[in-house]
Design a protein around this ligand. Structure first.
Ligand SMILES: C[S@@+](CC[C@H](N)C(=O)[O-])C[C@H]1O[C@@H](n2cnc3c(N)ncnc32)[C@H](O)[C@@H]1O
Length: 226
């Protein structure tokens, strides 16, 4: 991974809770967050005594390297959001400026927690589709804004291998959103779920109480029965 190609962008704990419909039972179990990047989910969860491990290739970089990259890219990202304002729903977050504040706050919380979290083994460096964990090490495996979203860049085989790997290390997998970057339902959802069904997994597409990208209010829940 080359840091100059990465645009760090992270959501917060409340957003994760809504995107994945996390209830108190979920939050008292062991959670793996794949592609958590600079989100503050792990930092905020840890403060609440919730057990979260985050997995992302960006964790090969130092705190200062990630911080600098956030500073270098934030303005460009905000300009892009401003230009594409119509593709988002401005309900919970009411303006581009508020969005910037919410995201910067989340990434600041991440940065403040990052070095301690690395020492404690809560930020693990690596890349899907390979996960360096024992089978069924987690109750819940989450993935937000990575699978399906980058359907143009990552092919169906990548998605399938990543999801099967996530299923092997956890009892349940949840993925959000199911849209690609253009705001269309990913073309991989159908073939991927058909494959899962044939392989004996149970899955459900569920509406969640979170929608920022227009139409992005669906989560895929997979019960890993193997
Ligand atoms: C748009 S960010 C999403 C961050 C966070 N999940 C959220 O929703 O706020 C996408 C993340 O995917 C990570 N990523 C890129 N390639 C990956 C891979 N092969 N496996 C796991 N994560 C990857 C990036 O480093 C980045 O942190």
């Amino acid at each position: 991974m080359i840091l100059q190609n990465v645009v760090p962008w992270g959501r917060n704990f409340e957003e994760y809770k809504a995107m994945f419909s996390l209830n108190t039972t979920d939050l008292s179990s062991s959670i793996l967050g794949c592609a958590d990047g600079p989100s503050s989910f792990n930092a905020e969860a840890t403060k609440k005594n919730i057990s979260v491990i985050s997995f992302d290739p960006i964790f090969q970089f130092t705190k200062n390297e990630i911080k600098q990259r956030i500073l270098d890219t934030a303005e460009t990202v905000m300009k892009e959001v401003e230009q594409n304002k119509g593709t988002y729903i401005w309900k919970n977050i009411s303006s581009v400026n508020e969005l910037k504040n919410v995201r910067i706050l989340a990434m600041t919380k991440f940065l403040e927690d990052y070095e301690a979290g690395k020492k404690e083994g809560r930020y693990i460096e690596g890349s899907l589709p390979n996960l360096p964990f024992e089978k069924k090490s987690f109750n819940l495996v989450l993935c937000s804004h990575f699978l399906f979203l980058y359907s143009e860049h990552l092919d169906l085989d990548f998605h399938l291998n990543a999801v099967l790997e996530m299923c092997s290390v956890g009892n349940e997998v949840r993925i959000f959103p199911l849209l690609d970057l253009k705001g269309n339902r990913s073309e991989y959802l159908k073939p991927l779920t058909e494959h899962l069904k044939k392989a004996g997994y149970q899955y459900k597409v569920e509406i969640v109480d979170y929608e920022f990208q227009k139409g992005g209010n669906e989560m895929l829940r997979i019960k890993s029965i193997k």
